[in-house]
Design a protein around this ligand. Sequence first.
Ligand code: SF4
Length: 488
Amino acid sequence: MKVEFGLLDIEMKDYNNYNKPDLNSARKRLNKETATIYYESNPLYKDLGKGKTYHILTYGCQGNEADSEVMAGIFEELGYKYQENVEEADVVLLNTCAIRENAENRIWGVLGNLKAPKRMKKDMIIGICGCMPQEEKVVDTLLQKYREIDLVFGTHNIYKLPEFLHEIYKHHDRVVEVLSYEGSIIEALPKIRASKHKAWVNIMYGCDEFCTYCIVPYTRGKERSRNKDDIIAEVKCLVKEGYKEVTLLGQNVNAYGKDLEGDYTFGDLLYDLDKTGIQRIRYTTSHPRDLDMKTIYAMRDCKSVMPSLHLPVQSGDDVVLKRMNRKYTFDEYMAKIKALKENIPGISLTTDIIVAFPGETEEQFLNTLKLVQEVGYEGAFTFIYSPREGTPAAKYPNPMTEEEKHDRLNRLNVLINEGYKKGHDRFLGKEVLVLVDGYSKTNKELMTGYSEHNKVVNFIPKNAKIGDIVKVKITEAKTWFMNGEEVD
Ligand code: SF4
């Protein structure tokens, strides 16, 4: 068997010999140092995409959006041009999400829809990447049932996209390479950022929490933090380019630094980034257990760190939290909420909640409703539990009927929607600062953007331009957004 650039020689056409994922390997957390690789463009692939086009379809979290910006950067470096119409693109990549079954079903539907354009345009390359290919079952299905897929790769080897494309053009056959390991850090990757004023900045990758319902620790590798100097340099560069806001990304940003030598933590990073001159800092996602006082003090002390926080709770019941392996209790979570509210008055809190986790009783569900009322969330992503193959919770018995599950979700959503409305009502008649994203999709005379508390604000502009931070007086509070007018 011949191996080139880590790829198996695909002329053999033996599906068993592709580099396929392996959940057992993905589960391991070896105590070895994370390798940092500095990306360099290979002159061999320089004009690979000359005269060709690409289109990337992105699903799931902000991490995927950031990865897609890297892939766009690689395409353009290779000479490809962006093609808006997916059916006309020479290369179509689906950057996928595996967090819930619904998300996966959607991808299977999109793949089905791409069959016809591929028949019309034989040399079109269709690739699938992101979290879904990190699952064994998914790759088996792709290989057996989706002959139109030319390229399958995962979350660890995006930087090898030029090699993969080169191999496909050379062999006119499929390339499959999904790595299942703890992962490394790749620096200096090219990026085409979707916005000119707001940027994603990865600060760490992977997750070591192993919540029993979650596939992410298997698809994204172990927790590994970028060097702080690389992060600070990236943000300084963004400031120079005129960016106003950065969102620091990681599966569990509060664990930043735990894997590095020394005692530099996420809170320290916030203090340092505040000095770069960036006007707005947000971060996601947080794990309540790892949210520490230094981070809360940094939110209090640093003008650039915005007064809103998404702090996933998942359940308000201690027994369910334990079975989810969340490693905190109702009381511990509420203590952090208290500290946040005391130190950052007016903070806007949002969360994620799973209902109908296997074995959740009515009483346990009511504890979640109680917690929602006590915290006073101003928004939440709420879900019915969705089993993910290979995770411990997928084996837990769940006798609840679909009707009961939906009933719980509906009852929860009534409370959450009230929270959204209250979160907007409190700004009625007040002036808020809005970072302008663009014009409203439904009314071209209005502009739209986000306030410091992360609320959508539509407003009548005076002098505002996209990328400006302007003062807006709130004149109307709706459930999902606020309306207002720009003031001098
Ligand atoms: S903290 Fe839990 S829910 Fe979040 S990515 Fe890690 S395992 Fe998944």
